[in-house]
Design a protein around this ligand. Structure first.
Ligand SMILES: [Zn+2]
Ligand SMILES: [Zn+2]
Length: 255
């Protein structure tokens, strides 16, 4: 079913405005049947802190990015297909009010809305669009999701060996379990296909588990003539820095 709004001029103009705001680096967003359902500023828990991000919910994807100039210019565009997305409602924590979790195979992250009402609106709109999308695409929903990264400040010690973090002993993140770990506990690199074709940093525990799984899979395939592939590398540093502003209420497009 194609939503009624898909054919309106307003919808096309709104999508064009989002494209312009992400220029020159963003992707083309216009697509037959695509509808911009709503947009708003939300806080996303990044590695070091909560960062305001601009979120756009379409009927088939979520687009978000960093705010350079609100309403005019956004950068670092990310596009998540709704079929690959689940959301989890979470209770307030001491540091995060109105929090919820967005989970995808590549990346999972904690979000915070300006109010409980706004959080529930985002969650229900996302779930509704996702359901429609799964019905119309007839695809099976994704079942494997990336771990959300535990923020740097959540732990003063390595969550694997308990060594204290210092200026010299830096924090790193295991891409498989999301734990904050030291360099010696995360020297291994392995390919996690859902995250990247390149090997990513994992903790020793996850590395051994993943290696065993890969070996088992390869063992199953070896009779068909496949080679055992277990890449392991030394790598340099981590990344994930972004910037932002304060919040404003979400705006939903009225049908
Ligand atoms: Zn450690
Ligand atoms: Zn791990």
């Amino acid at each position: 079913m194609t939503p009624r709004l898909a054919f309106t001029e307003d919808n096309a103009m709104r999508i064009a405005a989002v494209e312009r705001a992400f220029a020159p680096s963003g992707k083309s967003l216009a697509k037959p049947g695509r509808v911009l359902v709503g947009e708003g500023r939300l806080l996303k828990l990044c590695r070091h802190s909560l960062q305001p991000k601009m979120f756009f919910l379409f009927n088939d994807i979520i687009v978000y990015g960093s705010i350079v100039v609100h309403r005019f210019w956004y950068k670092n565009q990310h596009i998540i297909p709704l079929e690959d997305t689940i959301v989890e409602d979470l209770a307030d924590s001491l540091e995060m009010k109105n929090q919820w979790l967005i989970r995808t195979p590549k990346k999972s992250f904690y979000m915070s809305a300006a109010s409980e009402k706004e959080k529930q609106a985002w969650i229900s709109h996302i779930l509704e669009c996702r359901e429609q999308q799964l019905i119309s695409s007839r695809k099976e929903p994704t079942t494997s999701f990336a771990a959300a990264w535990i923020p740097d400040r959540a732990s003063d010690i390595c969550m694997r060996c308990a060594d204290k973090f210092t200026v010299a002993q830096r924090r790193h993140h295991c891409r498989q379990c999301g734990f904050v770990v030291c360099n010696s506990c995360s020297k291994c690199r392995i390919v996690i296909p859902a995250i990247s074709a390149k090997p990513v940093r994992v903790c020793t525990l996850c590395f051994n588990t993943l290696l065993r799984e890969k070996a088992e899979q390869a063992g199953k395939r070896s009779s068909d003539g496949f080679d055992l592939e277990m890449p392991m590398y030394e790598a340099s540093s981590d990344e994930d820095s972004e910037e932002g502003y304060d919040m404003m209420p979400i705006q939903w497009v009225k049908p």
